[in-house]
Design a protein around this ligand. Structure first.
Ligand code: ZN
Length: 350
């Protein structure tokens, strides 16, 4: 009965995948053999729009490798980026997004406001909002801040899972908590205040605990983690502890449930054979603390291994069906699928 509810998604890495291809426009327009998100898959799954990340990989990151430990894994923290590299790569990714929305103007639009997103949803056009996953390109003195705002960026994660001039991200490991490393720097605190003033959403996914609490003390905006899960269900540093969830709730904030299997599974394995009831377990736990207005979806399409039962954006209806079968009523499913994201963005973007 909930089958036609549109989904607004809090996080994907489609631009990173597309940007590396010879013909990003064709790759986004058509359904390719690989990739999680393109216009064809979006239409099939009810993916109406989302927050598209601009992410700059560290040099040599692919070789960093996972080291297996007793009962888990750990990974060396990727190298910091240079300002020049971060800025050049980010500008090129945004130029790629601009080419896509220009060429495919009748199928996808760049959105800077909730009214623009709603218009896209009414018109059956994909809504794309730009996010910086790690704020390296902005620079320590924030001199890139207005540049990226003017290009349409409306969401910023101060750090990815590495160090930069604003703060420190959480490492990838299992098991472990987020209380690793120092809090935000002076530049990080200035970035938080600048986002508050400008009405840019701050994304706390990937930030360590000390940085999280610095944001909670500094920002007047709702606290948001676009793609993170419940630490009580899957104990990785990327996931949020109950203490963090309570302060997110008290701020009127939101958590987007990530479909990345290694951040879902209680055993931390990066195994696509992960049943959808594991996603529902996270939703149940998050709902029990955040309430029905504080939970949404943040898929991490094109950025992580997905449950085989969903596969890609074309399989989102199976997630909606799982919510339905679990007994979430139509009103709650609509909140999780898009109502909560739009209401949250309205609170953040003023
Ligand atoms: Zn991420």
């Amino acid at each position: 009965m909930c089958r036609n509810i549109p989904i607004f998604d809090g996080h994907n890495d489609a631009l990173l995948r597309l940007f590396q291809l010879a013909d990003p426009i064709a790759a986004f327009r058509h359904r390719g053999d690989d990739g999680h998100l393109d216009i064809v898959r979006a239409k099939a799954g009810g993916f109406a729009g989302g927050i598209f990340a601009c992410f700059v990989p560290s040099a040599g990151e692919e070789d960093a490798g996972v080291v297996l430990t007793d009962g888990g894994y750990t990974m060396a923290m990727p190298e910091p980026l240079s300002l020049m590299n971060a800025r050049a790569h980010t500008d090129a990714m945004i130029a790629c997004a601009d080419r896509i929305v220009t060429e495919l103007f009748d199928q996808v639009r760049l959105c800077r406001s909730v009214s623009e997103i709603r218009r896209c949803m009414d018109d059956g056009v994909l809504a794309m909002t730009l996010h910086l996953e790690g704020a390296e390109a902005i620079g320590e003195d924030l001199d890139g801040f207005e540049h990226y705002y003017s290009l349409g960026v409306r969401s910023i994660g101060p750090v990815w899972s590495r160090r930069n001039c604003f703060g420190t991200g959480v490492p990838f490991r299992y098991p472990g908590g987020p209380a690793i490393g120092p809090g935000l720097t002076e530049a990080g605190l200035a970035l938080v205040r600048a986002c508050d003033e400008r009405g840019i959403m701050l994304d706390l996914s990937h930030l360590n605990a000390a940085g999280f609490w610095d944001v909670a003390r500094t920002s007047r905006a709702p606290l948001v983690a676009t793609h993170s899960n419940a630490h009580a269900v899957c104990p990785v540093p990327r996931n949020l502890t109950d203490d963090q969830l309570r302060v997110i709730r008290d701020s009127g904030g939101l958590v987007g449930v990530s479909l990345s299997v290694c951040d879902l599974r209680p055993d931390g394995h990066n195994d696509p054979l992960t049943p959808l009831d594991v996603v529902i377990r996270h939703m149940d736990h998050l709902l029990s603390i955040l309430g029905p207005d504080g939970v949404a979806i943040g898929s991490d399409f094109d950025g992580a291994v997905m449950p085989a039962a969903i596969g890609d954006a074309g399989g989102l209806k199976r997630l909606v069906a799982a919510m339905d079968e679990h007994g979430y009523d139509e009103n709650l499913v609509a909140k999780l699928c898009h109502v909560n994201w739009l209401a949250l963005l309205e609170r953040c973007w003023h």
